[in-house]
Design a protein around this ligand. Structure first.
Ligand code: OGA
Ligand code: NI
Length: 344
């Protein structure tokens, strides 16, 4: 079997084939791992935000506001997603990636906006960027989709995605308040009710030379907010004041980051955060992300309330969300290069 037919299998297939004697050169990624910095990332206590005393609530909103201003990232603890459901999602995800390659591909469309896609690396239309990552991407809102295997995928993911939306909406209320607006401000501006939600499962198998490869290169997310959970293996790093900060979340927490459309809507007050994923040599990492965005047909521009022509003129021009995603996914996934295209 030659290496190229192996690659079509995804990185999990390649690793498990036993044919991997050295890292194939196209997987080698320029390293930026010298600039690591250990810093404590902000933590939001969700229960204080939603059910605390007025004092606790306003403190939680302050924490969120500071985290959005200074980090674009925070961890969320004591949230409303049942631990049982997080375990079930990781379990069903693992069984999806364990399916035979043909069975996985059986579910998958080829086009960018097909409701279910699975693959490896990052297929940007210019060719495949080889990453130490296999993925499944499913559009789950406003129309719910699910692969038909494993049989319990649909039921588990439907419940999970609904509850993730609830968590995201509560966080968006806190973020709206932190901007000095009423709690449904972002919800209305972004039409979250009929907004798009994308479920992404990422699998990062162990790599014999982790320092040579990348799970995901530096990028920002295109939507408003991303909620991410992981099995107990770390690997996410966020770019903060020019340094890469590794994230070591408490078990069952959510890792939350603001996306490009938060930056656009807030006219740059809350910038999206650049993040990347590194892999390791001994354990498989799995993450489950839900990306929350406006409807695909919406055009989001800086909000009138957050723009004033003298001191804060609009910094971004509106682009249909669907076109923005296409722009991001068909170019090199590199930092915030996509946002630069709509910067005024
Ligand atoms: C993503 C992402 C991070 C991770 O899917 O956009 O950044 O840790 N994932 O898997
Ligand atoms: Ni991301």
């Amino acid at each position: 079997m030659n290496l190229y037919s192996q690659k079509n299998m995804g990185i999990k297939g390649l690793v498990e084939s036993g044919y991997l004697n050295s890292i194939p050169p196209e997987y080698v990624f320029p390293s930026n791992l010298n600039d690591l910095e250990v810093e404590e990332v902000p933590t939001v206590d969700f229960s204080q935000l939603t059910a605390g005393t007025p004092d606790e609530r306003s403190k939680a909103i302050q924490v969120i506001g500071k985290a959005c201003r200074e980090w674009g990232f925070f961890m969320v603890i004591n949230h409303s997603m049942p631990r049982r459901l997080m375990d079930e999602m990781l379990n069903v995800g693992e069984r999806f990636f364990d399916l035979a390659e043909e069975e996985k591909q059986d579910h998958a469309g080829k086009e960018l906006f097909d409701p279910i896609r699975c693959g490896t690396g990052f297929n940007n239309g210019l060719g495949n960027v080889f990453l130490w990552r296999d993925y499944l991407k499913v559009h789950v809102h406003p129309h719910f989709h699910a692969p038909h295997k494993p049989a319990d995928f649909r039921e588990t993911s439907e419940e999970y995605c609904k509850k993730a939306r609830d968590v995201a909406e509560e966080l968006l209320k806190g973020i709206s308040k932190s901007l000095g607006q009423e709690e449904n401000y972002i919800h209305k501006k972004m039409d979250v009710e009929s907004g798009s939600q994308l479920l992404v499962m990422n699998l990062y198998p162990p790599c014999p030379r982790p320092e040579l490869v990348m799970g995901m290169p530096p990028h920002s997310d295109h939507g408003i907010l991303t909620l991410l959970m992981q099995n107990d293996v770390c690997g996410l790093q966020i770019l903060h004041n020019g340094k890469w900060v590794p994230v070591n979340p408490p078990p069952y927490s959510f890792l939350v980051n603001t996306g490009d459309h938060m930056e656009i809507l807030t006219n740059g007050r809350y910038e999206s955060v650049v993040h990347q994923v590194v892999v390791n040599s001994n354990a498989t990492r799995m993450t489950i992300a839900t990306g929350h965005g406006p409807p695909l047909g919406a055009i989001i521009s800086p909000a009138a309330e957050l723009v004033d022509s003298e001191n804060h003129p609009p910094k971004y021009q509106g682009m249909k969300y669907r076109d923005y995603i296409e722009l991001q996914q068909t170019n090199q996934l590199e930092g915030k290069s996509c946002l630069d295209r709509v910067r005024i």
